[in-house]
Design a protein around this ligand. Structure first.
Ligand code: FMN
Length: 277
């Protein structure tokens, strides 16, 4: 893709901020208006900082016009006490209403989460989602059936404290420890060859989870399902269409919570090591 690095001459004040903020230092102002030499174009990591930082909206890159960007100002940001309440008040939700979230909500959640940072701005995280509770119900049946087979064949090293107990609970009491009754499931994966596939996937899910809360959507990180899909039952991974060259970051259940928490928990102070000279 060509960079299409364009300057609106009468808006550009030659302030140099675009060049200063460019992480790979390829924007030059030596000959007047900012430009990127053709030989340097392939060094661009397409982070769009130049477009974002320009105070006058004078710069367009990759055909993106600054007017289309979400405006950012101090006034448009949540207050710190609200952010703190959001972060400290988040809980893993293990009870959900048996209903689909509106498709628009899921789209919006994934769109916002896709703005999470990625190493070297690779932006290659894939969001594989079950957005229909009926599909999840079928997936869940298949998951428990496959687990039951593995248990009966003695292929799982766990004792009754592990997967075999969860199979029992599902088969006998319809208690869904595996998926925690979530109507939706999200798995993030990224190409193994990208700069930092696992962190990228985890950060995307963390953003997803935070934004979900603000919309009244509950989430639960799901290590059990991650293990199941990633290691124990390859056909489940195939069903998700996760390509061979991808590494799975993590799985997250989500949906409308059927439980509300009245207060945050209280964690002991984190261990902080302060280096001094
Ligand atoms: C990487 C990771 C994997 C997790 N896997 C599961 C899981 O498989 N099932 C589950 O119910 N909770 C899972 N959790 C949720 C944790 O148990 C939970 O975060 C912890 O008990 C603290 O509770 P809180 O999230 O409400 O603060 C996981 C959390 C993380 C961060």
């Amino acid at each position: 893709m060509t960079l299409s690095f364009e300057i609106t001459e009468d808006k550009c004040t030659r302030c140099g901020l675009c060049g200063k903020d460019c992480p790979v230092k390829i924007i030059t102002l030596q000959t007047g208006a900012p430009r990127i030499l053709p030989a340097n174009q392939e060094l661009c990591i397409k982070c769009q900082h130049c477009l974002a930082v320009c105070p006058n909206g004078a710069l367009s890159i990759m055909g993106l016009s600054p007017e289309q960007s979400v405006p950012v100002s101090v006034n448009s940001l949540p207050e710190p006490n609200k952010m703190e309440a959001l972060i400290k008040g988040r809980r893993s939700v293990r009870y959900y209403h048996d209903e689909n979230l509106p498709a628009d909500t899921i789209r919006k959640l994934i769109d916002v989460a896709s703005y999470a940072p990625t190493g070297f701005n690779s932006r290659s995280v894939r969001f594989s989602v079950i957005d229909d509770k009926q599909v999840l119900a079928e997936f869940r049946e298949k998951a428990y059936d496959s687990l039951a087979k593995l248990v009966s064949l003695g292929h799982l090293s766990e004792t009754r404290s592990g997967f075999s107990r969860f199979v029992d609970l599902w088969q006998n009491k319809r208690e869904d420890v595996l998926f925690r009754g979530a109507p939706h499931l999200l798995i993030t994966s990224a190409p193994k060859k990208s700069a930092s596939p696992v962190p990228d996937c985890l950060i995307a899910l963390a953003y997803f989870e935070m934004f979900a809360q603000s919309l009244g959507v509950g989430t639960v990180w799901n290590g059990l399902v991650k293990r199941l899909v990633d290691q124990l039952v390859p056909s489940l991974r195939m069903q998700f269409g996760i390509p061979e060259h991808h590494i799975i970051g993590y799985a997250m259940g989500f949906g409308r919570p059927a439980i509300q928490y009245s207060r945050a928990v209280q964690h002991p102070q984190a261990e902080v090591l302060r280096l001094s000279i």
